[in-house]
Write a protein that binds this ligand. Structure first.
Ligand code: ATP
Ligand code: MG
Ligand code: FE
Length: 335
């Protein structure tokens, strides 16, 4: 079974062909980061324009790299939401056109289900499974008792992890997106400042990162007022240590409570070296299988959309040609 995946929810125009939900045949990503950098974040209107220019080229390139014709494809999977509505619509309309022209079924995929299913491209899921989703817009712990069953165990009450990374990076005057720059600085060695760990209520699996972000910002302001030189490496290392400790601690407690067989990490922040190492060490000690996708499958891509779409398609999910972009789409079960 061959699925064409299309992803345009944010600032990556991506198309990919995946065989049997597990094997990447081709994977093309056109990133717009350079166009958004000077604004310090994604500008929705600019994103939509780039998607319009790129989407056909990217789909054709995915077919070409796979050495395939449209007639080789069995279904088209596309990100239906959440994301920027104008950006989503470009991918959805490209998917509809491709599906209609070639008489193929269309499958609308939730972007976060996509991030989670990036792990299927690495290792088959074992259930019950716990997913730590850490991306630019989401920070959640999701329990999966089966394919396409998603129970939200905890989520952020304010900023997403990636958002906190990007905001702290901005205060440190690092380029957008800041996550990878903070990660690099945090690993340069040397001292680390100590910032608070925000655990919330003892039994909560929710997260909060705005307090941590504020304490970093306060530290910077105070240092500036006193005329002290700030060591960005020490700030980055201290901030990252707090984020990684809380994410790892809550995931471990949930993994024990729900007696899961498999823990996975997903989303752009799962590309973080410190987080990957902490989760890997923790769950290897705990004797629980842990997987995280390679870096190119952590941030936005279409292979993850095809991987999730493949399982949905097998379960009989088909979307109608009236599919619309859903900016605030909730994660839904595939039964
Ligand atoms: P969502 O998936 O929630 O809709 P998104 O698609 O914009 O949001 P992703 O592409 O999954 O987000 O991830 C982008 C985020 O990942 C950015 O905030 C970026 O700073 C962060 N990120 C990428 N690499 C790293 C890293 N090495 N360390 C920390 N954060 C990182
Ligand atoms: Mg992005
Ligand atoms: Fe994403």
């Amino acid at each position: 079974q061959i699925i064409l995946g299309i992803e345009t929810s944010c600032d990556e125009t991506a198309a990919s062909i995946v065989r049997n939900g597990r094997e990447i045949v081709s994977n093309v990503v056109a990133s717009q980061i350079e166009s958004h950098k000077r604004f310090g974040g994604v500008v929705p209107e600019i994103a939509s324009r780039h998607h319009v220019e790129q989407v056909t080229i990217v789909i054709e390139e995915a077919l070409k790299q796979a050495n395939m014709q449209p007639s080789d494809i069995d279904a088209v999977a596309v990100t239906e939401g959440p994301g920027l509505v104008g950006a989503l619509l470009i991918g959805i309309n490209a998917a509809k056109a491709f599906a209609f022209a070639n008489g193929l079924p269309l499958v609308g995929v939730h972007h976060i289900a996509g991030h989670i299913y990036a792990n299927q491209l690495v290792e088959p899921m074992q259930f019950p499974l716990l997913a730590l989703v850490v991306s630019g817009g989401h920070t959640e712990i999701v329990l999966m008792r089966n394919h396409g069953s998603f129970e939200l165990i905890g989520e952020t009450r304010d900023d997403a992890a990636g958002e906190a990374y990007d905001k702290v990076a901005r205060v440190l005057k690092l380029p957008y997106p800041g996550g990878p720059h903070i990660d690099r600085l945090a690993h340069e060695g040397g001292e680390a400042l100590v910032f608070p760990r925000i655990w919330l209520e003892q039994d909560s699996y929710d997260f909060s990162f705005s307090g941590l972000k504020s304490s970093v910002i306060n530290y910077m302001h105070n240092a500036e007022q006193r005329g002290e030189v700030v060591n960005p490496q020490a700030v980055a290392a201290g901030f990252q240590a707090s984020v990684v400790e809380v994410l790892t601690g809550k995931t471990l407690r949930a993994a024990r409570e729900f007696k899961v067989k498999h823990v996975i990490a997903a989303g752009g922040v799962s590309a973080n070296k410190g987080l990957r190492k902490s989760l890997k060490d923790t769950f290897s000690k705990e004797g629980i299988t842990f997987t995280v996708p390679p870096l190119f499958l952590c941030t936005d891509n279409a292979a993850m959309i095809a991987a999730a779409g493949s399982v949905m398609f097998e379960k009989g999910h088909k979307s109608s040609m009236s599919m619309n972009g859903k900016p605030g789409m909730p994660l839904f079960d595939w039964n």
